[in-house]
Write a protein that binds this ligand. Structure first.
Ligand SMILES: Nc1ncnc2c1ncn2[C@@H]1O[C@H](COP(=O)(O)OP(=O)(O)OP(=O)(O)O)[C@@H](O)[C@H]1O
Ligand SMILES: [Mg+2]
Length: 317
């Protein structure tokens, strides 16, 4: 039985924004699933529908054996949600916030205290248990929301951009925590703007754009589409002629910069060796765009006729 089955979900807001335009999606039980898409794609709207904050226009959602519309209490008991925006009372104490949440699910107080202690310890917040939430840092607030989402031990944990604005060290420890949680059997769905994050954590990805699912498939097969990476090289002095570098496509990108396409099988070392041989001095080098943007460009280019879908990928909708 899948953990989550979404069929033809539509949502139009009062101002006629068509946030979801018929999204269908299946998430297998035990999956670590990434939902990617640019700002305004509809990710938070989708999650809002799952946790009951947004009323769907049409469509159907099944969470394990429960229909979200007709068996909503059971469906929601399977779900723990960490929203994009902080939504706890900032004047309450940390542990109290987690214990109160357990109350909504009818968990006895003694049990709630024990569970809250476990999760606060695991998430490095135990020392802060008596602190008012408003005195926590942004990263701590994010972890508090994770503890709160887990207190009823949901079978699916949904996180809406859990690591936005979280420093790299904390991000890694959060990743470790989520990986362990997933290994212990919890299905995890997260939205992110970082392909690196999706790459580290997720096995399956769905990409939505303008309220539509544009691609779903295994992370590996999606990354295989990024067969070329483009770099911008800032040069001190532009050579009189565009250099010819065998194996690389070179374009002039600005007054004193070049753009180079690096095929997957080529190394940066080889590029540097050739630049050196051509007497070109590189002052700095950066990716032209982040890899998620690159993947995006490729997927949306599909609308213009280029074949994009790798053999083992899921259906386009
Ligand atoms: N309460 C609302 N009322 C009207 N329009 C809304 C509301 N919430 C979201 N929208 C619109 O719906 C669309 C989808 O927004 P949503 O927040 O779901 O996107 P998102 O993928 O989560 O974006 P982000 O990556 O920026 O968080 C956007 O055009 C947004 O302006
Ligand atoms: Mg969002």
């Amino acid at each position: 039985m899948p953990a989550l089955q979404i069929e033809n979900l539509c949502k139009t807001y009062g101002d006629r924004t068509r946030a979801l335009q018929g999204v269908s999606l299946t998430v297998a039980a035990g999956e670590f699933f990434g939902l990617l898409g640019p700002n305004g794609a509809g990710k938070t709207t989708l999650i809002g529908i799952l946790c009951g904050l947004v009323r769907p226009g049409s469509g159907r959602v099944q969470v394990f054996d429960a229909d979200l519309a007709t068996q909503s209490a059971r469906a929601r008991s399977y779900l723990g949600v960490v929203p994009q925006e902080f939504n706890f009372s900032i004047f309450e104490q940390v542990q109290q916030i987690v214990v109160n949440q357990a109350g909504y699910y009818g968990i006895p107080r003694k049990e709630a205290l024990e569970r809250s202690a476990t999760y606060l310890q695991q998430l490095g917040l135990w020392d802060k248990r008596k602190t008012q939430a408003r005195h926590l840092s942004g990263g701590m607030k994010r972890r508090l929301m994770i503890a709160r989402a887990l207190v009823h031990q949901p079978r699916i944990l949904i996180l809406d951009e859990p690591t936005a604005g979280v420093d790299i060290e904390l991000r890694r420890s959060m990743w470790d925590f989520l990986i362990k949680l997933n290994q212990s059997g919890t299905t995890i769905i997260l939205t992110t703007h970082y392909l690196e994050e999706a790459e580290q954590l997720c096995r399956q990805l769905a990409i939505i754009d303008q309220g539509q699912l544009i691609h779903q498939g295994a992370v590996k097969s999606m990354l295989a589409m990024l067969d070329v990476e483009s770099f911008v090289l800032d040069l001190g002095v532009m050579p009189a002629r565009l250099p010819s570098l065998p194996g690389f496509v070179v374009r002039q990108a600005g007054e004193s910069s070049l753009e180079v396409d690096l095929p997957r099988e080529q190394s940066i070392n080889e590029l540097m060796r050739q630049l050196d041989a051509a007497g070109i001095v590189v002052q700095s080098m950066r990716n032209r765009s982040n890899r998620l943007e690159e993947l995006f460009l490729r997927l949306t280019a599909g609308a213009n006729g280029a074949p994009l879908v790798p053999a083992d990928s899921g259906a386009l909708s």
